[in-house]
Ligand binder design. Structure first.
Ligand SMILES: CC(C)(COP(=O)(O)OP(=O)(O)OC[C@H]1O[C@@H](n2cnc3c(N)ncnc32)[C@H](O)[C@@H]1OP(=O)(O)O)[C@@H](O)C(=O)NCCC(=O)NCCS
Length: 168
């Protein structure tokens, strides 16, 4: 179900991610950042640069078997052999709450396991209680660690990330 995105897939991935995280379109889903973060989640330049800067990272997409449209995505990146970072877990807003998110998450964890990974870590904006609870129901635990929110314009000193992890 998950296939590794190539450079040619990135424009569609950016559209999917931006429509799902923030802005009016994302409100069709149940978990988004529209209430407290404006602007786009990423850009083609940023996503491409992030992939180039992290050659071991992979972006995976899942597409419709009917028309090939992108339905969801996830980012996986080994910190070392055992600990992997998972990010950009995304399901198209109109398809959310139909168990696609947990299916992509489980497949991503299976990829990590196959590669010898033992732990998945992720960061979530600290205000996203409903999403944090969703990850906790999938076996993730809050580590107590925090990480700074990236520099944006205007700066958002009121936001930070919490770190969750799951032993596989
Ligand atoms: C987070 C996300 C990937 C989940 O995908 P999904 O396909 O909706 O997830 P699932 O269908 O597997 O799970 C739906 C869950 O939402 C719950 N849910 C549905 N509507 C809800 C609502 N209005 N409020 C709270 N929970 C709700 C369901 O009860 C179910 O949870 P449970 O089975 O654990 O009880 C998806 O919402 C998304 O792409 N959000 C935008 C991008 C994002 O913020 N990603 C997270 C990055 S850290």
């Amino acid at each position: 179900m998950l296939t590794r995105a190539t450079d040619a897939d990135l424009p569609e991935a950016v559209k999917l991610i931006n429509a799902s995280y923030r802005g009016e379109a994302s409100r069709q889903g149940w978990a988004n950042e529209a209430d407290y973060i404006d602007g786009e989640r990423t850009t083609l330049e940023t996503l491409r640069a992030d992939l180039q800067a992290n050659p071991a990272a992979k972006l995976y997409l899942t597409r419709s078997s009917a028309d090939g449209a992108p339905l969801g995505c996830v980012w996986l990146e080994p910190h070392d052999r055992e600990v992997w970072y998972l990010g950009l877990l995304t399901v198209r807003p109109d398809l959310q709450a139909q168990q696609l998110g947990r299916t992509i998450l489980a497949e991503a964890e299976a990829v990590v396991r196959r590669e010898g990974g033992l732990t998945v870590r992720m960061t979530v904006v600290h205000l996203r209680d409903i999403l944090i609870a969703w990850y906790q129901r999938r076996g993730y635990v809050l580590t107590g660690e925090t990480a700074p929110f990236p520099t944006v314009d205007p700066p958002r000193d009121d936001l930070h990330f919490v770190v969750l992890q799951k032993p596989l």
